[in-house]
Ligand binder design. Sequence first.
Ligand SMILES: Nc1ncnc2c1ncn2[C@@H]1O[C@H](COP(=O)(O)OP(=O)(O)OP(=O)(O)O)[C@@H](O)[C@H]1O
Length: 268
Amino acid sequence: MKRQDSQQDVVIRVRDLCNRFGSNRVHEHLDISLYRREILGVVGGSGTGKSVLLRSIVGLHQPDSGAIEVFGKELEALTQEQRSQVERRFGVLFQSGALFSSLTLQENVALPLIEHARLSREDAEHLARVKLALVGLPSHASTMVPAQLSGGMVKRASLARALALDPEVLFLDEPTAGLDPIGAAAFDRLIVTLRDALGLSVFLVTHDLDTLYSTCDRVAVLSEKRVLVAGPLEAVEATDDPWIRDYFHGPRGRAVHRAGPATDGAFE
Ligand SMILES: Nc1ncnc2c1ncn2[C@@H]1O[C@H](COP(=O)(O)OP(=O)(O)OP(=O)(O)O)[C@@H](O)[C@H]1O
């Protein structure tokens, strides 16, 4: 994807972020930016603080220090009401999916619409069915509860809920974890399609090399408590660092290279 690194194109700018839990220093002087309409893959070894970074940006974790600028506004300078307005422009898909197990898919997706957009239940559920179709779920799934569905369908439903309020930025925490390779490839394609169709900017935390190669415009590698390198995949792959070498050029990395780009396949 072609883009200019101008101030205007930056939707999220994190500067000098520090996070620690007791003596565990997770981030020290971490910098990262997300550009408009890009899919940014955030990778790093287990415990390098990918989820804490995501949670810091979406307002679920209060950083120890540093600046987080969203849509040109410094979060710390905003009132609670202004912050809520900014957060309404985010959609978040957590690893667990976090759907209510006793509610149908359309009731799950309708919840944020009733709560935040103040729609009637009937209108909210109608719009929820549109969102469920948008993520590729068949219409009969709308009235099912999560336990009646496959893992891939539950992921899609969780994505529909993240998209309920028409966000501009989508945060995905390991979206393909637990999916079989065909389901994961289909989900990867869905993310790219939605970015293209809805003009989303996507912050994608993943361990999945296939996802990186098939979806991401840029990749940021977290290591040594900061972003070690961020850029197009070819530039990141070529970085001289032991973790990057093992990750991109180890057996799994080589397998992805051999396989080439993901091909089409039915989901689930
Ligand atoms: N609420 C918390 N209290 C104490 N420590 C925490 C808390 N949340 C995260 N941590 C610690 O912060 C570090 C980073 O955690 P985080 O979940 O962000 O890592 P991660 O890179 O997402 O890991 P993984 O790839 O395994 O999901 C870990 O050492 C973790 O134990």
